[in-house]
Design a protein around this ligand. Structure first.
Ligand code: ADP
Ligand code: ASP
Ligand code: MG
Length: 470
């Protein structure tokens, strides 16, 4: 018997019909003697719309709330009707849905009156997407006469730090609680259906583990339940040489090492949450990315070892959007010990993660890539630091219309000429490179271009390195 955590992404549970398909698939595996625990995302698009509405509510735009709640209720009621046949179960899930949406309406109205959306309240609002989807999936599985129980991430025992919006689990405590709460029923063959993405801190306040975080929930559960594999069901055949929405001929990569997959996730391959592999690496639990629409394909297998007989230096290319470039200049930084530390200290204290750094030998400049949404906070806090008497920083500038292009592959290490081939490909397109960085691991080379040029660059590199061919 195999034990598997199966995570179904937003597109896999986008409609009632898709949810029904998910329930059928889970039923089939359960009948084939698999022990299954299910993790679900919100219905496609719901998390975005929740966050958007919360942001509108903050501006005291109350009129949107009622319309939004009605539409959201309608969407979920339609899904319930198609996904579940038993009238009794439909009724049960409808009641949960109505109650949940009326709570959401109150929360949004509260935000509207207070005129403030803190990271904490934003997480609370975002959590409603999964709180609405999981009961429907639970109902659909129950409809297939399987024994199943539904949990929020908090009830399942996922306890995180209080870094709202990007929380991380306290893994030992979480493992203990999950084993206590889910372990016995999982062992009996009862199927736990758990909300992805959401958890709670030690005080029981709802947190989220970052956008796309249901993958992370799945690996956390996988470790706690000692499963054989974690399966991430999505809308593509696996991790591919690039986003198939940019290059339709992108090829599925049948096997990747944890290190390669993590590198790809960090550098924008949306198919996987960047921190999701953390828990499974330690326990050596394989992860598979599979297509809900093509269940015969075994997808991408992610394990400790990279695929044998892979010789290509470049395996994949990705574009990271929604970033900004921040430049700090200052002649006084030259030879002044601690000046870089000062910059990173200011950013770190304000919760701004630096994704990429490059500095000139002259030391008069540091360029950094951060999330675009954090740019305002970064500039204002650095400017406050600039005003310090005797400070070494003199000017902060930014470009918010850039994208990072990351070229990846474990075999790039030590292969001569990869960088020159990449940069001459970009030059041939007449596109200017704004910044370059190569990690010392040599697993990737990343550079920055204007966002409008990003797609053309990805296509050109995919083509130049023949990534569509094995
Ligand atoms: P889910 O809702 O299942 O979590 P996501 O939207 O988070 O799905 O991730 C799947 C999407 O990731 C695909 O539809 C694809 O467009 C995008 N994507 C970007 N880069 C890659 C890549 N290298 N391999 C596979 N998918 C990718
Ligand atoms: N629903 C969440 C999001 O859209 C988590 C997930 O889908 O994995 O980010
Ligand atoms: Mg995802």
């Amino acid at each position: 018997m195999k034990k598997i955590v199966m995570k179904f992404g937003g597109t896999s549970v986008g409609t009632g019909k898709n949810i029904r398909h998910v329930a059928e698939s889970v039923t089939q595996y359960a009948k084939d003697d698999y022990r299954v625990a299910v993790v679900v995302s919100a219905l496609a698009g719901v998390t975005n719309s929740l966050i958007e509405t919360a942001c509108q509510a903050k501006k005291s735009e109350e009129k949107h709330i009622e319309t939004f709640s009605k539409q959201l209720l309608q969407k979920h009621l339609e899904a319930i009707e198609t996904a579940i046949t038993s009238k009794q179960i439909q009724k049960e899930v409808t009641q949960i849905t109505e109650k949940t949406i009326s709570e959401l309406e109150k929360v949004l109205t509260g935000i509207c009156y207070v005129g403030e959306l803190t990271p904490k309240s934003k997480d609370y609002v975002a959590s409603f997407g999964e709180r609405l989807s999981a009961p429907i999936v639970w109902g659909a599985v129950k409809d297939h006469k399987l024994e199943t129980q539904y949990f929020t991430g908090k009830d399942a025992g996922i306890v995180t730090d209080s870094n709202f919006g990007e929380a991380d689990p306290l893994m030992n405590f979480t493992t203990h609680l999950i084993q206590e709460r889910l372990g016995p029923l999982f062992e009996k063959g009862i199927i736990p259906v758990v909300t992805g993405f959401i958890a709670a801190n030690q005080d029981g306040i709802v947190t989220t583990v970052g956008r796309g975080g249901s993958d992370y929930t799945a690996t956390i559960l996988g470790v706690a339940l000692h499963v054989d594999e974690v399966w991430i069901w999505t809308d593509v055949d696996g991790i591919m040489t690039t986003d198939p929405k940019i290059v339709p001929t992108a090829r599925m990569l049948p096997q990747l090492s944890y290190q390669e997959a993590a590198e790809m996730a960090i550098f924008g391959a949306k198919a996987m949450h960047p921190r999701a592999l953390g828990p499974v690496i330690k326990e050596n639990i394989p992860v598979r990315i599979r297509n809900t629409a093509h269940p015969k394909n075994m997808g991408t297998l992610i394990t400790k070892e990279p695929a044998a007989n892979e010789t290509k230096p470049v395996k994949a290319v990705a574009m990271i959007k929604d970033v900004a470039m921040l430049n700090v200049n200052g002649a006084a930084m030259v030879g002044a010990p601690g000046s870089y530390a000062k910059v990173f200290d200011v950013l770190g204290k304000n919760g701004i993660n630096v994704m990429m750094v490059s500095t000139a030998v002259s030391e008069a400049n540091i360029s950094m890539i951060i999330k675009r949404a954090l740019l305002g906070r970064a500039i204002s806090n650095l400017e406050i630091a600039l005003l310090e008497r005797g400070g070494v920083l003199s000017e902060v500038t930014a470009e918010d219309d850039v994208a990072v292009i990351a070229v990846m592959g474990a075999n790039m290490k030590g292969t001569l000429g990869v960088a020159s081939k990449i940069f001459s490909t970009v030059a041939k397109k007449g596109i200017n490179i704004r910044m370059i960085a190569q990690g010392s691991s040599e697993l990737n080379i990343s550079f920055v271009v204007k966002e409008k040029d990003g797609v053309a660059v990805v296509r050109a590199i995919h083509d130049e390195f023949n990534l569509d061919k094995n």
